[in-house]
Design a protein around this ligand. Structure first.
Ligand code: AMO
Length: 441
């Protein structure tokens, strides 16, 4: 008879194991670390979410510890015992084991210490292995938590989740950074954002969102640009001011961070305290004023009056943190010439748009704004930019047949995760990054 049928197979969560105190159980996972002590050994089992302390003692355990090797897949059978000195407050006294698979090679880097001592490139080259380190792995559990928190918030606020095409006829953002492809003899692109589709859907569902991949043919290799990233996009109809969108984002982030601290406490504990920011009272500043303030405070000459340099974004964040205590800053009233054709201009000054960026710990993580919903206005703005409305007839069909006043935002998931954990490069928070130099793994 298989030994597992005689025992309770339990998930390796602390709470689940606690319910089995003093009982015989079976548990599966990977051998993470074997630490020989005098007279017994600790065998740390890596399960899908935890590290479980197991004890091998020759008088009690019915197999020799030498049969175990790091990274083996195993089923352990043993008794759950209280142990105050272990992280879970309990341990498993090993009785038997079933080896399911054994590696044919050792790990190319040490993965069972607090962190992996390797360069970013090595971390990524060896992802299937380096992610077995629990600190590395926690980044992506936290990223999962961010998506769950956001989804949860948006469903609760009556947003419909959509899935728009990734192969498209034309780009929405800017012409230069699109990946072209041959689509059965026709010119096509990989989508830069679901912008057109989410806007069109406000005329159908009123409130929509999508979490999915988008593509930017970024020629430059920076710590914040990826060629493929995950965009959290939302769009809502019947909004009256830009603040409706900014407030929604603040509430969404607040909900998400509260959710993380509850449901992902074990991963946050691995990273340590001081990561979760407060979202209360995010300051708001117009772009021109932000530029001036940074220039004056840090005695920097303004070389590009239309956009932020990355260093200015960082300094603005630093300054706003000092002045207001917030890790976040909303920057509004970006120049129309620098925003896409679908952006709505401000009623009091058509040279600036009713749009915003959200800067978090020195990095832009979100762009959002009100959109032009009026057909004639949209066509006029396209013409003023020497675009041909005919090329956008499917998009404009929505405007022509009536769209509500609407607005929305796009948040870069990797950028948000990276800044949340204070990672210096967005690639740390990307499972398998794609950039100018990387197509594998
Ligand atoms: P934007 O182009 O500013 O706006 O992108 C929105 C957010 O996506 C992230 N982001 C990136 N992350 C990693 N690598 C990149 N190359 C990259 N480019 C952008 C950033 C950025 O703030 N359609 C609009 C959004 C909207 O208005 O709804 C858009 O895509 O976090």
């Amino acid at each position: 008879m298989n030994a597992s049928s005689q025992t309770n197979q339990v998930p390796a969560e602390a709470e689940a194991l606690t319910q089995h105190l003093n009982k015989e159980i079976s548990i599966h996972g990977f051998v993470y670390k074997i630490r020989k002590m005098s007279g017994f050994s600790f065998v740390i089992l890596r399960t899908k979410r935890a590290l479980v302390q197991c004890v091998h003692s020759p008088g009690y355990t019915e197999f020799p510890v030498e049969v175990l090797k790091e990274n083996m897949s195993v089923i352990f059978f043993g008794k759950v015992a209280a142990e105050a000195r272990s992280q879970m407050g309990l341990e498993i006294r090993l009785k038997k084991c079933e080896i399911l698979s054994a590696p044919v090679a050792g790990a190319p880097v040490v993965i069972n210490k607090n962190s992996v001592e390797a360069s970013l490139d090595t971390l990524i080259d060896l992802r299937p292995v380096t992610l077995r380190n629990v600190r590395e792995r926690a980044i992506f559990k936290i990223q999962e938590g961010i998506c769950r928190g956001i989804r949860d918030f948006l469903y609760h606020n009556h947003f419909t989740e959509i899935h728009s095409p990734k192969i498209v006829f034309s780009g929405a953002e800017s012409g230069s950074d699109q990946f072209r492809l041959d689509y059965f003899g026709r010119k096509a692109f990989l989508t830069q954002s679901p912008q057109f589709y989410k806007q069109m859907m406000t005329g159908v569902f009123e409130r929509v969102f999508e979490i999915g991949p988008v593509y930017r043919a970024e020629k430059h290799n920076t710590s914040r640009h990826l060629s493929e990233y995950t965009s959290v996009d939302l769009e809502m109809g019947f909004v009256s001011t830009l603040r409706d969108i900014m407030r929604l984002e603040a509430d969404m982030l607040s909900h998400t961070l509260a959710f993380l601290s509850e449901a992902y406490a074990q991963e946050l504990t691995i990273w340590g305290p001081d990561y979760l920011p407060s979202v209360a009272n995010i300051p708001e500043i117009p772009f021109a004023q932000a530029k001036e303030m940074v220039s004056k405070t840090y005695a920097r000459e303004i070389t590009d009056g239309d956009d932020f340099e990355p260093e200015e974004e960082r300094l603005l964040s630093e300054l706003m943190k000092k002045l207001t205590g917030s890790d976040f800053t909303f920057v509004t009233r970006y120049k129309s010439s620098k925003r896409p054709f679908y952006a709505k201009d401000c009623a009091d000054d058509p040279t600036v748009t009713d749009s915003f960026d959200l800067i978090f710990r020195g990095l832009e993580i979100t762009t959002g704004g009100l959109r032009i919903h009026d057909y004639d206005q949209q066509v006029a703005k396209m013409r003023a930019r020497e675009m041909n409305p005919e090329d956008f007839q499917h998009y404009l069909l929505a405007h022509k047949t009536g769209l509500p006043p609407h607005g929305g935002l796009g948040l870069g998931l990797e950028r948000f995760t990276a800044r949340l954990l204070k990672l210096p490069n967005v690639r740390y928070a990307t499972l398998f990054p794609r950039d100018t130099g990387r197509l594998e793994p």
